[in-house]
Design a protein around this ligand. Structure first.
Ligand code: FAD
Ligand code: SF4
Length: 504
């Protein structure tokens, strides 16, 4: 009887809803619950650092709520009474505490939202994290990112001078494409050194399959809001001045170059996007070494792309999950799971993903994603890989980037053209080619870089699907102008490489 009066109801906090600023946490007369459940750890094979990193952050969050005086129930993955199901654990708690009301914050993943929505009597509330509503794009015909981004700059008054952009120009994308100069000192990323041996052991004992490596005694990812803010401050203080110029740079010795590595903390909602945006805007306004191209480059990603992807996800799911514009069906080569390939760019980008559960945007888009698209890999397989391997991967932002931006499987909803390139782009933007067994200049014959022939093979195979796209017309024209012999050589080289894709 006592418990019935004690709580108004039960509130579920998901592993990516660790938002201290949520209005819920002003109220002590609710019972809060967090749970580590097997299906969430197993619906795709995740990187071990992703599983451990999320559990570590959830456990810290629960402790911090308890320290604030809130009543929290926490189900660890190995707890005997954990029924390993959201529904079952929730029903058990409702019954045990004689509660009628169950509340949850809007899940960001369509699949999970369906599961929670089906729980009888459940009420959902906003996660109070994003800067747009979930159905921002629902019912709209056109989804142009640049238009949306400008609206967001105005709506939130970021880098604005009244109704105009503060410098007179909206977008500095073209200034964000420099190669790293050999002499430039790249500052090491901030890492932590947490002992997560206990969590790691519990995950192993629960028999959860995973990929990648981990040093459980020196775990590098932040565990709470305070540490995520440290990551953000470190970025703003040390990395931001170079972020703009080298946003697209590839480097085999620097796994995050000048990127912020804030996506993990932000996707778990440990900090709000607005904090990151405002700190960067302030740095631009106060520090001469922070250029507009650096500040705008970062703000465009968070205020623009991140919110845009979420809006698209909710406008297009669940159909989006099945889109396969090019009808690609090839299996993902095994080297995506091991990094064991002679192609140095792929070996390094995959290797570091296995070591750190992280790769920066251009590695994801123009190395691994580019190869997968050129090789005609089934987007279902590509999605599962990206969703599993990255510590920041949650479907709302993973699938829109992978299936949409990177694989063009949505036929052009996200991207205005397929992001494909031959070796020339990878060579221009980084140092991988200098250390590769393949020759980036060679298109056919022994040692020719596979990206070259696969690129033309992709153009040829998809001519009819690409010919209406004005952004592809130059490449199609180049292909048509090529001599039949040259075309034949390129296509047979590509065929040869695709036949032995596993040993490339
Ligand atoms: P920074 O370069 O420092 O950028 C700052 C922030 O901007 C990021 O933390 C992120 O929140 C936001 N951002 C940047 N680019 C994008 C984008 N294209 N879409 C949405 N937000 C963006 N991002 C994820 O958060 N989760 C994913 O699962 C994910 N999967 C991706 C898959 C592919 C194939 C590609 C091409 C991109 C993917 N991205 C994903 C977007 C982007 O690569 C990552 O957000 C970024 O690499 C995270 O590292 P960072 O924090 O150092 O980024
Ligand atoms: Fe990658 Fe080709 Fe360059 Fe090798 S030569 S690093 S395979 S682009």
């Amino acid at each position: 009887m006592q418990t019935k009066q004690k709580y108004k109801g039960l509130r579920l906090i998901l592993g990516d809803q660790l938002n201290h600023e949520h209005s819920w946490f002003q109220e002590k007369d609710w019972l809060y619950v967090l749970m580590e459940v097997k299906p969430e750890s197993e619906y795709v094979t995740h990187h071990i650092q992703k599983i451990v990193g999320i559990f570590q952050a959830m456990r810290c969050f629960a402790e911090e709520l308890s320290a604030k005086g809130l009543d929290v129930v926490y189900y660890k993955i190995g707890d005997e009474h954990n029924q390993q199901s959201f529904e079952k654990n929730i029903h058990h708690l409702l019954k045990k505490n004689k509660l009628q009301v169950f509340q949850y914050q809007e899940a960001d993943e369509w699949r999970l939202d369906q599961i929670l929505g089906a729980i009888e009597g459940g009420e959902s509330v906003s996660s109070e994290h994003f800067l747009t509503e979930r159905d921002e794009f629902r019912g709209k015909k056109s989804f142009l990112m640049e238009t949306f981004y400008r609206q967001m700059r105005k709506r939130h008054n970021i880098l604005m001078d009244g109704p105009n952009p503060i410098t007179g120009k909206w977008n500095y994308d073209k200034s964000n494409r420099k190669k790293l100069p050999a002499k430039l000192k790249v500052i090491e990323p901030i890492v932590f050194s947490h002992d997560v041996t206990e969590i790691y052991q519990e995950v192993q004992n629960a028999g959860i399959k995973s990929i990648g490596t981990i040093k459980p005694s020196e775990f590098i990812w932040p565990k709470n809001r305070k540490e995520v803010i440290e990551v953000l401050d470190y970025f703003v203080d040390h990395l931001l001045p170079n972020y703009g110029d080298y946003q697209d740079a590839l480097s085999q010795n620097h796994w995050s170059v000048f990127h912020s590595r804030i996506s993990f903390g932000m996707n778990l909602k440990m900090i709000s996007p607005l904090i990151a945006i405002e700190k960067v805007e302030e740095a631009f306004l106060q520090r001469e070494e922070v250029s507009i191209s650096a500040a705008e480059g970062f703000i465009r990603q968070v205020l623009g792309w991140r919110e845009y992807m979420r809006g698209l996800y909710w406008a297009k799911m669940p159909d989006y999950k099945d889109m396969n514009f090019f009808e690609h069906k090839r299996k993902l080569p095994d080297f995506f799971w091991t990094g064991e390939t002679k192609m140095n760019c792929l070996s390094k980008a995959i290797g570091q993903s296995l070591d750190y559960a992280y790769a920066h945007h251009i590695q994801r888009l123009m190395v691994t994603g580019n190869f997968a698209l050129l090789a005609g890999i089934d987007p279902d397989e590509v999605d599962l890989w990206y969703l599993g391997i990255y510590i920041d991967a949650f479907e709302w932002v993973e699938i829109t980037n992978t299936r949409g931006m990177s694989q063009y499987a949505d036929g052009g909803i996200v991207a205005t053209k397929p992001y494909v390139s031959s070796a020339s782009y990878i060579h221009k933007m980084g140092d991988y080619c200098a250390n590769c067994q393949y020759d980036h200049k060679k298109k056919t014959g022994d040692g020719a870089c596979p990206f070259n022939s696969l690129y033309w093979n992709f153009i040829d195979a998809n001519r009819s699907k690409l010919e209406d796209n004005p952004r592809m017309s130059m490449m199609l024209a180049l292909w048509r102008k090529m001599s039949p012999d040259k075309q034949k050589d390129l296509l047979s080289q590509a065929e040869h490489y695709l036949e032995q894709i596993e040993s490339l």
